[in-house]
Structure formats: C-alpha cells, structure tokens
Write a protein that binds this ligand. Structure first.
Ligand code: URP
Ligand code: ZN
Ligand code: ZN
Ligand code: ZN
Length: 484
C-alpha cells in the first residue's frame, strides 16, 4: 500500500521547496507536485524532513554496577516519539571479551527496536585478538566506527599507546576513530581528593571534570589521530577548550568532527548546585553541564560548521539508580536522557531563536551524521530511493516537557517544565507511520540493523594525502664515506 505526504514544505540540508512525497515499499518512490497514493498524510503548514539520527545512545548499557533503564524497546519508542528514526548504540566488550561476542549481545538486545539502528564498537581493551577482530567487525558486520574512552579509569579507559595502536589499525582498515575525551588519570585523582576533603555531593562531579581536562584530551586525541592518519569523531564535545581544538584541527585540514549534545547546549552547571540531591544527581553525566561561555561556543560551532552533529548520549538511569551514589558522587551512574527531546529542544532553542536555519537544523540532526557514518543517502536524505524515515514537523505545535507523558521508562526528565515549539505531526520509519500528533503506533521489532561499510570517501582522501606526505628517505647520489 502506497502512502503520500501531501501539501508540506520539504526541508533538506541544502534545499527547501514545496512538493509531495510518494512512499512505496518503505522507500521514497517519487517527489513532486500533485502526487497521489493509497493513503494520504496531510502536511499542510509543516516541514517535511529526513528523520532524526541520534548517533550516540546507550540502551540497556551495563555501566557502574547497573544497566541503563531505557532499552531498545523503550528507547527506540522514545526516539520515534521525538522525531528520531535511527539510533546508533555502542557495543561494549567486557575486559578480555571478543568484539564479535559483544556484538552478539547487542544484536540480541536490539531485536525489540521500533526504529532502525546501527552500532559503534568500543575498544575497551587491547591485544592481538582485538587487532584481528577489528577487520571482521568492519568487513563482515558493517561497523566502521570504534569508540575509545580516555576516561573511566579502571573500567572502560584505554591508554595512549593502546589508542595509538588502535587508531593505526583503523587507518589501515578504513575505519573511523571516536573518543570520549577527558583525561581519566586527572579525573581519578581529582575525584579522590574531593572525596577526601568531604565533597561527596553531585556538585563534586562537576568539580572533578573541569573543561581543561576535556580540552587536553581532545588535543591529545587529535594529535594521535593525525599521527595514525585516521579520521576522528569527538563525542559529547561540551566546552570551548575542546571545541577550540576541533576548530583548529579542521582549519588545518584535519579530518575531525565534534558532536555537542542537546543537554550541553541548553542546560548549565547551576543544575548541580540545586539543593535537592535527586535533582542534581539526575543530571550527573560526563562531561558535566558547563556555563554560558561554553554553551555560546557550542552554538557558534554549529552555526559556523566547526561542530557537525547534535546528539543526546541517551543513557537513562532512574532516581533509584542515581541514589547508588548518596554519600559518594563517584558512584552516581553517569548519564542522562534526551532521545525524545532532542528535536523539539533544538528546533525551539536553535531555529525559533534564529541561531540555526531549518536547513542547518536538518544537517546537524540527520544529514551530516549519515554522511560521516557512511549510510547516506539510505538515511539522512529526502531523495528517490532513500528509506522513508521522515519527520513531518509542525512548527506551530507546542508542549511543556514532562516525565509524566514521556515514552522513556525513567521517572523524571532533565528538561522537565521546558516549553517547546516544533513537534512531530507524523514520524515514519521505513514508511510505517509510527507517530501521529503524539499518538504512538510504533511496532516492536520493526527496526532493522543498518550496515555501514568502511573506507568511505573521507578515509580514501585522507589515506591518499597521508601516502603523499608521509616521511620518505631522500634519494642521494653520493654518500660520504663513514668517518669511523
Ligand atoms: O555520562 C555519560 N556520558 N554516560 C554514558 C557513557 C559515556 O561516557 O558516553
Ligand atoms: Zn562518553
Ligand atoms: Zn556516551
Ligand atoms: Zn512497518
């Protein structure tokens, strides 16, 4: 049965125009005026755009002695409710665990997904087995992105020598390196000192991870990626120091991308000084929320193009889970939600304020990341042949965000009470209408895994450039006799 989205204004990353969209077999079959189909979806007064892609989620993530509460069932429903039609989650091998075993675990968990999804692989330890399996992960499993945690010492953190070895392997295989950039050694020392001095509350989480710690690690990762010749994606860029490093690298022609989160763009560090322990602890995440100077820097980065993608790092813990850290802030599970709120919050604080154009909004919520991850134009595009993952956004529709009506399974929302304008009228996942004006008709198990091959065009360009500019011996005609 075909569907047609009628009377809307199509917005893509580079063009806005009036046209209808015909959908057949889950894909866009035709774009043009006056189309008809078996079922009509009226988009009068709405913007019709590629569904959001959130490249940074942790669904049912084993972390800090527990599991994040939103899983692929509740998490992907929350995604669709908010206009996001694809999520990319991080497969995390346990120490010593094979990468392909970790992938099996993630494939088992994701069977419930209501929207399409993909995985990044995390490199949580280093050895010959990891080196060997990276090839299989890219070539057989269609996963071209590998995350390295420079923080969480004693758990997920890898050291510089391991990171350099992994980055070199990725350069060879046509993969992309990702980093959580914070100096884990310094964070561990600062945390221990704060605890010793009696700073045990959630505000100490922010004290333990100042922006310099993130800036240093971002600079270090950029240098290591440059030496290895691999493209680098910096997740949850939260501060000016880190943004400055990314900006400078990009100006120098390096292949580096930065990803601010909607939380860092719109919430600030004052949240940690709230006298209600639960309020503050619910907002504990790494890196922590920052002050206005940093927020302005992130917005400017999106405007100027030095930052490329807005994500959520959705890693949702209940209040009960957060309370594991009463009396010791280092035991508060790190992570916040946002999947359901990213699109309306960014539209409200970005497009409604004039910081972003609608086209820039599409670029940073969908198209840029589809290109970076090498799944464009299957995803991130309104083009004939693309998957019909479509958000019909009604710019006049408003709501106040509240946990009591959210799809996410946790008992609060970090954006509680925020008024947002710009909400989905329809959300389609491969042609299936999953949302109609706030009513969810999602289907458990509808989501499919999206393969993303390695050696995309940025990899090819960078390896050509590195081959051309690599150190090589000078050819000399006469070599003087040795003085020995
Ligand atoms: O605090 C956070 N960000 N939790 C999720 C894991 C990570 O570091 O991305
Ligand atoms: Zn992280
Ligand atoms: Zn994360
Ligand atoms: Zn369906």
């Amino acid at each position: 049965m075909s569907k047609v989205i009628k009377n809307g204004t199509i917005v893509t990353a580079d063009l806005t125009y009036k046209a209808d969209i015909l959908i057949e077999g889950g894909k866009i079959a035709e774009i043009g005026p006056g189309l008809s189909g078996d079922e009509e979806l009226d988009a009068t007064g709405c913007f019709v755009m590629p569904g959001g892609i959130d490249p940074h989620t942790h669904l049912e993530m084993p972390f800090m002695g527990t599991f994040s509460t939103d899983d692929f069932n509740t998490g992907t429903r929350a995604a669709l409710a908010g206009g996001t039609t694809m999520v990319v989650d991080f497969a995390l091998p346990d120490p010593g665990q094979s990468l392909t075993d970790a992938l099996k675990r993630w494939h088992n968990k994701s069977g419930q997904a209501h929207c399409d999804y993909s995985f990044h692989m995390a490199v949580t330890w280093w050895g010959e087995q990891v080196f060997d399996e990276m090839k299989t992960v890219i070539e057989d499993h269609g996963i071209n992105t590998f995350k390295h945690f420079m923080a969480y010492k004693g758990a997920l953190m890898v050291n510089d020598d391991e990171m350099y070895a992994s980055f070199q392997r990725l350069a060879e295989l046509g993969g992309i390196a990702m980093v959580h950039a914070e100096n884990g050694d310094v964070v561990a020392e600062l945390s221990a000192r704060l605890l010793r001095e009696g700073n045990t509350g959630p505000e100490a989480h922010a004290y333990s991870r100042p922006s310099q710690v993130e800036g240093e690690a971002t600079n270090r990762a950029i240098m290591i990626a440059d030496m290895a010749g691999v493209p680098l994606y910096v997740v949850h860029t939260s501060c000016e120091e880190s943004h400055e490093a990314i900006r400078r690298a990009r100006m120098a022609g390096k292949r580096v991308w930065g990803e601010p989160l909607i939380q860092h763009l719109t919430l600030d560090e004052s949240e940690y000084f709230n006298t209600d322990w639960d309020h503050a602890a619910r907002r504990v995440m790494s890196p922590p929320f920052r002050n206005k100077k940093h927020q302005d820097s992130l917005w400017a980065g999106l405007q100027s193009g030095s930052l490329s993608v807005v994500a959520t790092d959705h890693c949702a813990f209940t209040t009960e889970q957060k309370r594991f850290g009463v009396g010791d802030f280092t035991k508060i599970p790190n992570g916040t939600g946002g999947l359901e709120d990213r699109i309306p919050m960014l539209w409200t604080h970005g497009v409604e304020t004039g910081r972003l154009t609608p086209e820039e909004f599409v670029a940073v919520t969908s198209t840029n990341i589809a290109k970076i991850l090498n799944c464009y134009p299957k995803k991130g595009a309104i083009l004939v042949g693309s998957d019909a993952d479509i958000l019909v956004l009604d710019p006049a529709k408003e709501k106040t965000i509240t946990a009591s009506t959210q799809a996410s399974a946790i008992d609060y929302n970090v954006f509680e009470g925020q008024k947002v304008k710009g909400l989905p009228r329809f959300v389609l996942t491969r042609g299936h209408v999953a949302v109609t004006d706030g009513d969810l008709t999602t289907r458990e198990g509808h989501g499919e895994f999206v393969k993303r091959p390695g050696n995309g065009s940025v990899n090819r360009a960078l390896s050509s450039w590195k081959a051309l500019t690599n150190p090589r011996p000078v050819e000399r005609s006469g070599i003087p006799a040795s003085g020995v």
